[in-house]
Design a protein around this ligand. Structure first.
Ligand code: ADP
Ligand code: TPW
Length: 580
């Protein structure tokens, strides 16, 4: 007996911790305070305990939407957005968003519970068996698995560094079910955690590359700056604005870079895009890739003779990825570093005596702009019945102008293209949309994250098809009582609602939905505000009320079903259009 007593005393004195706790502690230690999740085996208790420990755990109706929320939280905050899912199907549902984050250069960590390694590897048919790590790898910037509780600190630290350093991206962290219940000595656990120091170190560009870039820019007769979402992500807003203004160079914002400088800025060349791109002789890309969204830097858009011919431009490219240069056309002056450091290096080298671009170039752009703006104003002033994209978006344009801090979420085809060109943005990182893939389904996930991380009003402009991909999350908007106003531009289908079944049978055409659907009723089922608008006046009233009340609101805005074009502005990418 005498020998047993001290043994019991030691056990009582030893404090233990477990895998659940260490994951929570590791996230908290690194300032990651919000989890976008969908509970189930083996992570239900992780969501409960995280909430009990003061983390914000936002629960979704489908993992894809939780994942999109995490990805855009990463873009808006420069901290990896955390998405938490169950194994196999939950993981796969979240994977789309992980790939999206990687493609768009958004920092995100997908944490999925997984089944027993021994059974998965022998393919013995475990509950939700899937080799998740292997599947995630090609779609993620990095992928890790933690098998021992004392390695959780390292696993989370590596995931954070991989997500935010260099070119940001999606990281997968595989946490097998057994890990969560592992118990270890609390002090060993505590000491195993890592608070990541300087997770996204500055990358200073080489002085010779700064000089090369400025020499080229100085030689330009028709210079142009293109701002991409990498520039928006970098949060170097005032330096970027100084660079644009000090050089006097006209600039084009890519979709999510709108508002980095106000779209109403005199140097903004958006309204003269199709003149500026082929006309420019030197183009400085700041956090924008020459991918399909910029016609790969060549072809007719850039003044090339054929669709693959170079237009003669010289390019300067500011990017954190040294591999990005020359991906599509020759980059004459790559400037590798983080945007903040690159822009500040350019600013110091420029000083105050930079000569503005030749007046004939600036005047020519201004002339095109004035003509196009006048044409657009005429179209916007019309009030057709039924309402069309322009008359509806004219209302949105006014509302955003009056509420420049609101975040605008946008997806659809025509709903996307028209909103992008009609609705001016006034502040950085206020427009978030379908991104590099032109993906449908980001809508409600983006709304949740934008409202939660910025605490600002959110306005979502959604095509009726686009909305359907995440529509069930209106319950999530209501559950968390988020200040989100969703406007569904309802034209009865994908692109428009007028297609007919070519075989004449009873099935609707593939692009057509239930006519006259009342999406507003959907949100009412969960206690939100629904509104039905058939005129710009009704739409204006409903939007104003939504912004005044800050209640979750869904406005079904009825649009002329003949109004859209196939695929919006990218009709030419349809194979049959190519054939013609
Ligand atoms: P857009 O679609 O707006 O044209 P892209 O997503 O194509 O923008 O390009 C963004 C680019 O910005 C990527 O090449 C990425 O490497 C780069 N990038 C992202 N963050 C930073 C940063 N902090 N500093 C420098 N470059 C960055
Ligand atoms: C994940 C293909 C591109 S745009 C679109 C689809 C289905 C919907 C267009 O209709 P909507 O907008 O939203 O009603 P509007 O204004 O033109 O009427 N699946 C995914 N992503 C994409 N891009 C598609 C399908 C697509």
């Amino acid at each position: 007996m005498g020998t047993v007593e001290p043994q019991i005393a030691t056990d009582v004195q030893t404090q233990h911790t477990d895998g659940f706790q260490l994951v929570i502690d590791a996230l908290k230690l690194n300032g990651l305070d919000t989890i976008y999740a969908l509970p189930g085996i083996p992570i239900t208790d992780l969501t409960r305990r995280a909430q009990a420990e003061g983390l914000r755990v936002l629960s979704f109706r489908h993992e894809q939407n939780a994942g999109y929320a995490a990805s855009i939280a990463g873009f808006l905050t420069q901290k990896p957005g955390i998405c938490l899912t169950v194994s196999a199907p939950g993981f796969l549902n979240g994977l789309n968003a992980l790939a999206h984050a990687t493609t768009n250069c958004f920092p995100m960590i997908l944490i999925s519970g997984s089944s027993e390694r021994e059974i998965v590897d022998l393919q013995q048919g475990d509950y939700e068996e899937l080799d998740q790590l292997a599947i995630a790898k090609p779609l993620a910037k990095a992928a890790y698995r933690v098998l021992h509780a004392e390695d959780i600190g390292v696993g989370v630290a590596r995931a954070i560094r991989a997500a935010v350093s260099g070119r940001p991206g999606g990281v997968y962290l595989d946490l097998p079910a057994k890990l969560f219940a592992q118990s270890i000595d609390a002090s060993i656990g505590k000491n195993s955690l890592i608070k990541v120091v300087d997770p996204a170190p500055k990358q200073i560009p080489a002085p010779e590359s700064v000089k090369r870039a400025l020499d080229l820019l100085r030689s330009a007769r028709k210079p142009l700056i293109i701002l991409g979402k990498g520039a928006a992500y970098a949060q170097a807003d005032s330096d970027i604005r100084s660079l644009v203004e000090k050089t006097g160079i006209p600039y084009l914002p890519m979709s999510m870079a709108k508002g980095l400088l106000p779209d109403t800025h005199e140097q903004c060349a958006s309204a003269a895009r199709s003149f500026a791109l082929p006309g420019a002789d030197v183009v400085m890309l700041i956090g924008a890739r020459l991918n399909w969204l910029l016609s790969h830097g060549k072809g007719k858009t850039w003044g090339g003779k054929g669709h693959k011919d170079w237009g003669g431009q010289k390019f300067i490219q500011l990017d954190i990825s040294p591999q990005e240069a020359d991906s599509n056309v020759r980059i004459d002056a790559p400037l590798v570093g983080d945007i903040g450091s690159c822009v500040s290096a350019l600013l110091s080298a420029i000083g105050s005596g930079w000569a503005k671009p030749p007046a004939d170039w600036l005047n020519a752009i201004q002339e095109k702009k004035t003509a196009n703006v006048a044409k657009m104003s005429e179209t916007l002033a019309k009030n057709p019945s039924p309402m069309n994209f322009h008359s509806a978006l004219n209302v949105v344009r006014d509302i955003v102008k009056a509420n420049p801090d609101a975040i605008l979420v946008n997806e659809g085809a025509n709903a996307l293209d028209f909103t992008r060109s009609i609705v001016d943005m006034y502040k950085p990182r206020k427009r978030i949309d379908v991104g590099t893939w032109g993906i449908m389904g980001i809508g409600m996930g983006y709304c949740v994250a934008a409202a939660v991380v910025t605490r600002q009003q959110v306005i979502a402009i959604e095509g009726d098809s686009a909305f359907g991909f995440s529509g069930m999350e209106v319950e999530t908007l209501c559950r968390y009582n988020l200040p989100v106003c969703v406007v569904v531009l309802n034209n009865n289908g994908v692109y428009r609602g007028t297609d007919v079944n070519p075989a004449g049978g009873p099935d609707a055409a593939p692009t057509v939905f239930v006519k006259g659907a009342r999406y507003d009723k959907l949100i009412e089922a969960f206690g939100g505000v629904g509104a039905h608008a058939t005129t710009p006046a009704e739409l204006r009233k409903a939007m104003e009320e939504a912004l005044r009340s800050r209640k979750p609101t869904l406005i079904n805005a009825v649009i002329d079903e003949t109004a859209g074009t196939e695929s919006g502005r990218i009709t030419s990418l349809n194979p049959s259009a190519k054939k013609k």
